[in-house]
Design a protein around this ligand. Structure first.
Ligand code: AHR
Length: 500
């Protein structure tokens, strides 16, 4: 089968905000305890954080991490996580039915993130708490000194403010499962007043207000509309959350689910812009897709895991080759919408629906979804080009006109590269891809890799990394055209060096 990708020099969709490659660490499962933090592990640093886990986090080039939740956030008292560790309370975490020891709190997490050069996207609890706790947290984190909360931060060892820029106004406040769930009116008012006060403490911060937690909820649309009526002037981003899976075991349909993500994003953009028009304002609201991933393998089995233990090992989905392909289509979809999606957080980072898995006290390893994320996050920096794709299409149970080729091209001026990301959705046919590059001269092919030729259910395991990029030699180049053979069911990255 043949397919074509056309790009034109100067035809730029957007500058990529690096925060598009954010991730998420929640106090849940073995993300923190037994994940990034494991004090008795031989690879742990003086603070109890694993160096081998840090090394893989570095490989992923994550610029931003959302913290500390998630559903956990809506019952969390941030003050429990400051001060001498021995004096911190053990609490019931009602969201995930675990025990939270508070051994890791604000300072420990900030130190870990700073060491890795990662910005933190901090959540404030709008479930059980509200304006007061939120304004105190901003003062504690960002105010230089000379006030109660900023001086307390200094007393606890951080003489300089953390200067946290991005903040979430609660989590999934429309979800019936959420501690302190609210109607759109209730949340809209609370988020507006909280936002106002947080910005009074530090006007430089950026705020993310909660959109719908799953696009299939009946309140989708009206929730956004009402919340934005209250908050539009006070916030900077509206959040979206969505997880996909293949419970019906239908690969064609599964790989098409990125079309749903695309439709979801475009729908939310339309809602933001309708509020903009109604309010007659110049301000355009952008999006934070601050939870996205594949999540379905553990949905039923997690119920059986014993409750009220520390680090209850939930959401430990083991990803397959087909998950990596579906995941790659989602990544490309985020890039194709990067004119409005400025922040995105892969949920999550370690052990909990994660690219990085650990054994508590043991090895660390990369899941199948690790490499697509690592490649896009590392090489997909700069500008997204308007990418025209000409491809045959197919129909599935839920989607029609699904292109066999999913692709996007990024221009990275710093490294002088054009980078093509592509998924061949066809189950049995190789794609002969012609890349027509107008206005650029290509000097050389820097790298051409593929993840392909695996059984759909192949997984990576400790010590056995089966699903990973391999060199693809099926590539030919002339000055303005490139022909590449993309294997059936494959994730691909091609890096080209431009000639000035
Ligand atoms: O990422 C796991 C959970 O999914 C988060 O805690 C919640 O926000 C979402 O429902």
């Amino acid at each position: 089968m043949k397919a074509k990708v056309l790009i034109n020099k100067g035809n730029v969709l957007s500058e990529i905000d690096d925060r598009l490659y954010g991730s998420f660490i929640e106090h849940m499962g073995r993300a923190v305890y037994g994940g990034i933090f494991d004090p008795s592990h031989p690879m742990s640093d003086n603070y109890g954080f694993r160096d081998d886990v840090k090394a893989l986090v570095k490989e992923l080039n994550v610029p931003l991490i959302r913290y500390p939740g998630g559903n956990f956030l809506s019952g969390y008292n941030w003050e429990d996580g400051i001060g001498p560790v021995a004096e911190r309370p053990r609490r019931l975490d009602l969201a995930w039915q675990t025990i939270e020891t508070n051994e890791v709190g604000l300072h420990e997490f900030m130190r870990w993130a700073n060491e890795l050069g990662i910005e933190v996207d901090m959540g404030v609890n709008l479930g059980t708490r509200g304006i007061d706790a939120a304004r105190n947290l901003v003062e504690y984190c960002n105010f230089p000194g000379g006030t109660y909360w900023s001086d307390l931060r200094k007393k606890h060892g951080a003489s300089e403010p953390f200067n946290i820029k991005t903040w979430c106004l609660g989590n999934e406040m429309d979800g019936s499962w959420q501690i302190g769930a609210k109607t759109a009116e209730e949340y809209g008012r609370l988020a507006c007043e909280t936002a106002k006060v947080m910005k009074l403490v530090d006007e430089s911060i950026e705020l993310v207000v909660c959109g719908t937690s799953i696009s299939t909820l009946p309140s989708f649309g009206t929730w956004e509309q009402t919340v934005l009526e209250h908050t539009y002037e006070y916030v900077d981003y509206l959040s979206l959350h969505m997880y996909y899976g293949n419970p019906e075991n239908d690969i064609g349909n599964y790989l098409a689910k990125s079309l749903d993500m695309d439709r979801f994003i475009k729908g939310v953009v339309a809602i933001c812009d309708s509020v903009k028009a109604r309010k007659k304002t110049e301000k355009t609201l952008n999006l934070a897709f601050d939870e996205w991933n594949i999540w379905y393998h553990t949905l039923e089995t997690d119920e059986q895991i014993e409750k009220w233990q520390v680090a209850r090992p939930v959401l430990e989905d083991i990803y397959t080759f087909e998950d990596a392909l579906a995941f790659g289509c989602l990544l490309i979809t985020l890039l194709k919408n990067s004119d409005r999606v400025k922040i995105a957080c892969l949920a999550q980072l370690v052990n909990v629906i994660a690219p990085i898995m650990t054994e508590t006290g043991g090895e660390v390893w990369r899941q199948t979804i690790f490499y697509p994320f690592q490649q896009v996050s590392t090489y997909g920096r700069g500008k997204v080009l308007v990418t025209d794709v000409v491809s045959d299409k197919y129909d599935t149970k839920d989607f029609s006109e699904v292109p066999y080729l999913e692709s996007v091209v990024v221009e990275n001026d710093k490294s002088n590269e054009l980078v093509i990301f592509a998924v061949n959705r066809s189950q049995n046919e190789e794609l002969s891809l012609e890349l027509a590059i107008q206005g650029y001269n290509i000097e050389s092919i820097k790298d051409c890799t593929t993840i392909a030729n695996h059984g759909l259910k192949t997984v990576n395991e400790q010590g056995q990394e089966r699903v990973k990029p391999e060199t693809n030699n099926q590539i030919n180049m002339s000055d303005t055209q490139l022909d590449i053979r993309l294997p059936a069911l494959s994730w691909n990255m091609i890096r080209l060096t431009k000639r000035d």
